[in-house]
Design a protein around this ligand. Structure first.
Ligand SMILES: [Fe+2]
Length: 168
C-alpha cells in the first residue's frame, strides 16, 4: 500500500465545473504564462532589492521588498488555481524562462535602469494578464478572471510606485 501511494504520477484530473476540458486546459496554459511572468519578476525585483546602491537605496530597497513578498504569495495562488483546474503547475526555472516573455537580466545597472527594467516587466505582465482575463471571462471562468483582475490591479499600482520613484 505504501509503495502504491508513492507511485502516483499523473497530476492531471477530470473535474465538472461547467468549463469544458479543452477550455480548462487552455486556461491552465494561460495561467502558466502568468505564473512564469510573476516568477521572473519576483526574481528580478529581489535582485534590485539586493543590488541597489546610492542615495535612493532605502526607498528602492524597501519598495522592492514589499513587491517581491507580494509576488511570492501570488505565485502560490496562481499555481494552485492551475491545480484546481485539473492540470500540472509548471515548476522549474527553465520552464518559466520558456513560458515567460520577461527576460532574465543579471547585470550591473544604474538605479534608473533598474527601475525602468521593472516598470517594463510589470507592463509586460499586465498585458499577458489582460489577454488571459478576457479569455477566461469568455469561457465563464470568473474565478480565474477575478484572480487575474486582482493581480493586474496590483501590478498597475506597482508601475505607478516605480514610476514615481524613477526620474521620468
Ligand atoms: Fe531583504
Amino acid at each position: 500500500m505504501a509503495t502504491q501511494a508513492l507511485n502516483v504520477t499523473n497530476p492531471d484530473f477530470k473535474t465538472k465545473n461547467g468549463i469544458s476540458a479543452a477550455d480548462r486546459k487552455k486556461i491552465a496554459e494561460a495561467l502558466g504564462v502568468v505564473l512564469a511572468d510573476t516568477y521572473m519578476l519576483f526574481i528580478k525585483t529581489q535582485g534590485v532589492h539586493w543590488n541597489v546602491t546610492g542615495p535612493t537605496f532605502m526607498g528602492v530597497h524597501t519598495l522592492t521588498e514589499e513587491q517581491y513578498e507580494n509576488m511570492y504569495q501570488a505565485i502560490d495562488g496562481l499555481a494552485e488555481r492551475i491545480r484546481a483546474l485539473g492540470h500540472k503547475a509548471p515548476a522549474s526555472y527553465t520552464k518559466y524562462g520558456e513560458l515567460s516573455s520577461i527576460r532574465d537580466k543579471d547585470e550591473v545597472q544604474t538605479v534608473q535602469q533598474m527601475l525602468d527594467m521593472l516598470i517594463a516587466d510589470h507592463e509586460t505582465a499586465v498585458l499577458n494578464m489582460r489577454a488571459a482575463t478576457e479569455w477566461c471571462e469568455a469561457k465563464n471562468d470568473y474565478v480565474t478572471a477575478d484572480m487575474l483582475t486582482a493581480r493586474m490591479s496590483w501590478h498597475e499600482q506597482a508601475v505607478w510606485m516605480l514610476k514615481s520613484m524613477a526620474s521620468n
